[in-house]
Design a protein around this ligand. Structure first.
Ligand code: NAD
Length: 174
């Protein structure tokens, strides 16, 4: 009995007429078109050591990545393998100046800053500016876009940049 029951399904599929098949194909095409857009993440210092690895990681996680860097210490070589991708954009921009990115941003990761003591002793003013004005500009952008902070080394979660430390919403402690 059970063998007879299971054999009915493939038979029904085989009986499908041509217009039905066409209808199904159209449905699939419509489904593909209305697939949800990828969430977008802005990574500053994208051409640097940490930023470039974060670009790779977030692309792997399925995000649309916008990398931003003024190339003061970073190298385009670190991210040139991403330029052929449609889910990666690069803005050559100094984040100490006003930062504008059109569209939604789920996360902003601010990694733009010379990290090596050799670099920041050579360019102390730029280092101070990116840490203060750059951070200020990106917090402003995060506020405007209602972007989340993916967390720091001790806490995972989201943080409203304009809130108090009580605004931490943990999604899992490390
Ligand atoms: N590398 C580490 O092990 C480590 C550890 C802890 C914290 N950090 C911090 O993480 C940050 C990034 O470190 P890194 O090792 O990737 O440094 P890095 O020098 O390799 O990268 C920094 C990137 O920021 C870019 N940049 C600098 N000023 C900019 C500006 N005004 N506008 C746009 N882009 C700018 C540089 O061109 C470079 O590509 C630094 O703040 C560093 O102190 C690094």
């Amino acid at each position: 009995m059970s063998a007879k029951k299971s054999s009915t399904k493939p038979m029904k599929a085989a009986k499908a007429t041509k217009p039905e098949a066409k209808k199904a194909a159209t449905k699939t095409a419509v489904k593909k078109k209305s697939a949800p857009e990828k969430e977008r993440v802005l990574i500053t210092g994208a051409a640097g050591f940490l930023g470039s690895h974060l670009c790779d990681r977030f692309l792997k996680e399925g995000y649309h990545v916008i990398g931003m860097d003024n190339l003061i210490t970073g190298r385009l070589k670190n991210i040139e393998h991403l330029f052929k991708r449609s889910d990666f954009e690069f803005y050559h921009h100094d984040v100490s100046k006003y930062v504008h990115v059109p569209g939604k941003l789920k996360y902003i990761l601010h990694f733009a800053s010379p990290a090596s003591p050799i670099d920041y002793l050579k360019i102390p003013i730029q280092t101070l500016k990116v840490s203060s004005l750059g951070t200020h500009n990106l917090l402003g952008l995060a506020l405007a876009k209602k972007s989340a902070h993916p967390g720091c080394q001790h806490q995972r979660g989201v943080r409203r940049p304009a809130g108090t430390s009580a605004d931490w919403k943990r999604t899992g402690a490390t």
